[in-house]
Write a protein that binds this ligand. Sequence first.
Ligand code: HEM
Length: 401
Amino acid sequence: MYPNQVIGMEDIGIGFSSGQLWQETRSATMSILKELGVGKTVLQERIQEDIEFLLERLVKLGGQETDIWHLVNLSVSNVICSIVAGERFDYSDKQFNDGIMHANQLASCAKEVAALNFLPILRHLPGDLLKKKRIQEAVQGLKRFAEFCCRDGNDENAPGAGKQKESFAACFRRRQREKLASGTVALLDEENLKKTVMDLIGAGTEATLSTITWCVLYLLHNPHVQVKIHEEMDREIGFGRKPTLADKTKLPYLQAVIKETQRLANVTPFSIMRVTREDVTVGDYFIPKGTGVIPNLDTVLHNPDIWGADANQFRPARFLNADGTVRNPEEFIPFSIGRRNCPGTGLAQMELFLFLASMLQRFEFVLPNGRALPTLEETFGLLAVPANFKVCCVDRFAETT
Ligand code: HEM
């Protein structure tokens, strides 16, 4: 977790704020995401455009081995960036690529810099052993990108003006004006908007990207699972059209695979560090006011008392009922629980389903010839991400023509 003041991350926005500012920002964020189409066809179409780009790039590789991380990253990032900025970025756009690079850097250096939360004196160490400087640069870089995404689309001199659809920033500003007009103190100001956009870009990319990549990795380790997904996909959808959200109920096995990936990979094992606002007692433990608390989702998602002795194995069938429908156990909490649970859950679920359904309709993911199975050990930064690995994406459409 970040030592916010040391790295120049302000306690505004949504992920690292508290009290009334957090409440207003979170409530505005959730209603804007809904307004912009989370769960609806209009947003599905935006997501499908970015999936199309990914599929094309993967097809062009002609089945050669590749590390899919970077290409998936571009597409997943463009989804959240297009929501906040109101327009999709060209994949070669320098600002977009810099923004993504800084978001990646912020996530990957979190482990080292977190030590400063517990031993602040370490900030005086010479050099950049704890990656404080790298992360400060990443914060500034992401801030610049967030400012660019928030530029006012009504300003005809702004780059890209006129091309924009309704954006997160425009909706946020409208709420700000409404609050001011009603005489309420506006906590939804410009600084808060920029920091919220930074939070959405940071949080809205890495976790979804990691989950998609973990899923492909698990499929390399469990080819029989991939065969079953393809059977279901070919039977229910075939090759003639794109998968849509309306297909969810027809693809229970794929849904179970996505849930099992989220459970086992648990990409946000330590959720976000919070501080108790008052004395609390949890079970046998007394926690005084002002204590930093890090919820450990592993204790639920990997608990053998809940999932059985094979809790550490990849077994999608645990999310299926006897009649083949999807099970939704209350202990399935990859998005955490309570008032600070993930506000991006709806968007993430849309993305996971549409990306993975489309990727699996189009490709068979195969271990490159002569390569050993990649490790399932995670690399831990802010999130638990899979170590780099290579995969061949074999075009299933080419086989049918
Ligand atoms: C598979 C994808 C995702 C997973 C597993 C995930 C998981 C989580 C978790 C565990 C938390 C911490 C909750 C807590 O502190 O108790 C969180 C917070 C957050 N997530 Fe996500 N998330 C995902 C995708 C997204 C997306 C797509 C967005 C953007 C719309 C997003 C935005 C946020 C924000 C802004 C917070 C901070 C919320 C607050 O402090 O009130 N997340 N997420």
